[in-house]
Write a protein that binds this ligand. Structure first.
Ligand SMILES: Nc1ncnc2c1ncn2[C@@H]1O[C@H](COP(=O)(O)OP(=O)(O)O)[C@@H](O)[C@H]1O
Ligand SMILES: [Mg+2]
Length: 352
């Protein structure tokens, strides 16, 4: 509304200012352009044209009726009104183009937003499907792993029922105890895997952890001749991690190394060094190694090549390291055996 009143207000000013004050008159006449431009910006080329015609009518009426008469000819006034129209229409066309571009941009932003939402939904669906399939695989693996010891326990119990020889009874009782321990280990490890606890972060000294891992692993050596060698780089920094979980990871790997070196024995080397704010702990053994075709499977839950294995040690370790924003890798040694490498950031990586 204001846009349409402006030419009239300017006309009134022009009427009030005497044509004798040529400078002021000149200024007031230029103001018509302002009203034309405003109308064009607000209402496009049509608005610009209407405002310039309205301004033209007011301007020419004022000019011809001025007393004393203004020093302009009809041609002067006609040309001025034509300029109003040209400025009005051109500004309007530019404003229209800008508005169109803006609405195209808004449309693109809306399309992108919808596409983003669709992708997000698909991603969530995929994650759900993946979780379900992983859950299915896990359950199948668990059922299978529980099935074997249960069958052994049932068989042993049946034999015990009819057995009178104390020697045989002891043998079958031993089987039941062994299989029950295996089931217990399986369930404990599975719970670690299926419901891992959050790390209790502490600034941890690696030397102490490695010492206690070697001490514990030495208990599992039995009669085989296995030597442990530690190669800790000097000035290792304290590492922000859960010391108990890190111990569990290193112990799982070291016990595997000990088992892989039965019955021939050999050397297990544990090296630790720091590079670019990460510590690398390598555990190298001289055992039987992993067959190349099994290398990609060893971190899968329930993958085991041992009669009494649970196949959960490495998958639990892998998961713990993921929670620490770290990594676990396995490589076959050039000569013999395997090298497992635990990588940990020195400082905890906080996920915002
Ligand atoms: N140091 C190693 N040397 C040879 N094989 C290994 C070694 N570490 C792991 N493996 C292989 O990876 C499998 C999975 O290990 P793990 O998850 O600890 O389960 P488990 O020890 O109960 O079998 C083992 O059964 C074994 O075949
Ligand atoms: Mg193991």
């Amino acid at each position: 509304m204001l846009v349409w009143i402006t030419p009239l207000a300017i006309g009134l000013c022009q009427h009030v200012v005497s044509p004798v004050h040529t400078h002021v008159q000149f200024m007031v006449q230029r103001l018509y352009y302002l009203s034309v431009i405003l109308a064009a910006i607000g209402f496009g080329w049509r608005g610009g044209l209407i405002a310039s015609m309205l301004g033209g009518v007011v301007y020419s009426t004022n000019t011809f009726l001025a007393s004393p008469p203004a020093p302009y000819t009809v041609l002067d006034v006609g040309l001025e009104v034509m300029m109003f129209c040209i400025v009005g229409v051109m500004t309007g066309l530019l404003a229209d183009r800008e508005a169109k571009r803006k609405s195209a941009l808004e449309q693109t932003a809306r399309t992108l937003d919808t596409a983003h939402r669709v992708v997000q939904e698909n991603f969530e669906q995929m994650k759900r499907a993946e979780r379900l399939s992983a859950l299915g695989q896990l359950s199948a693996g668990l059922a299978h792993e529980i099935g074997n010891p249960l069958a052994a326990i049932e068989g042993a119990a049946d034999v015990l029922d009819n057995e009178t020889c104390p020697e045989r009874r002891r043998e079958f009782l031993g089987i039941i105890q062994k299989e029950t321990r295996r089931l217990n280990r399986l369930v404990t490890n599975f719970l670690d895997f299926a419901k891992p606890r959050q790390p209790d972060w502490e600034m941890t000294e690696l030397g102490g952890i490695v010492d206690s891992v070697v001490g514990l692993a030495a208990q599992a050596v039995g009669r085989t001749s296995i030597t442990f060698r530690k190669k800790m780089a000097p000035f290792l920094p304290l590492v922000e991690c859960d010391p108990e979980q890190l111990k569990q990871v290193l112990l799982n790997i070291t016990i595997n190394a000990v088992q892989a070196m039965q019955p021939n024995g050999g050397e297990i080397t544990i090296k630790a060094q720091e590079r670019r704010q990460r510590v690398y702990i390598e555990i190298e053994d001289q055992g039987c190694g992993v067959l190349p075709e099994y290398l990609h499977k060893i971190f899968d839950p329930f993958f085991t090549t041992k009669d009494d294995g649970t196949g959960l040690g490495l998958s639990v370790s892998y998961q713990i390291l993921q929670q620490h924003s770290g990594m676990l890798t396995a490589e076959r040694n050039a000569e013999q055996g395997m090298t497992f490498c635990v990588v940990l950031p020195v400082k905890r990586t906080r996920i915002l």
